[in-house]
Write a protein of this length. Structure first.
Length: 124
């Protein structure tokens, strides 16, 4: 009895191998996409925080160029600050003898985030 001839080996990949490769590549791409989305969110937050710092420093500079008696509390709501409609600013000034203590709070993202700054001005 003669052994049956074997069919020739076929080159290529099985369906299972292709499916496993597609799943692994998809998972890898999802991880990379998550990293990019996280970086974009962090970048957006950093930009808003930079704007908050700029608005606080702008207020401090205005007070530096203002007479002591004119340094007063004020508040600006969303849309009232030119070029920065997504930020609002609250400035509280308290008098302590010949010293005015200033607290500046800049809020953004519908008040979910804020940056606080403090300074003092003396009447010399």
């Amino acid at each position: 009895m003669k052994p049956k001839p074997r069919p020739p080996k076929q080159a290529g990949f099985t369906l299972i191998e292709v499916m496993v490769t597609v799943v692994l590549m998809t998972l890898g791409l999802l991880v990379i996409l998550g990293v990019f989305l996280g970086a974009a969110k962090a970048n957006s937050y950093a930009k808003k925080m930079d704007i908050a710092q700029y608005l606080a420093l702008e207020t401090l500079e205005q007070f530096r160029n203002t007479r002591f008696i004119q340094i007063q509390s004020f508040e600006e709501n969303y849309g009232q600050i030119a070029n920065y409609p997504n930020h609002r600013r609250r400035v509280q000034v308290t008098m302590n003898g010949t010293l005015k203590q200033v607290q500046i709070t800049v809020l953004f993202d519908a008040d979910r985030h804020q940056a606080d700054f403090r300074s003092s001005y003396a009447n010399l």
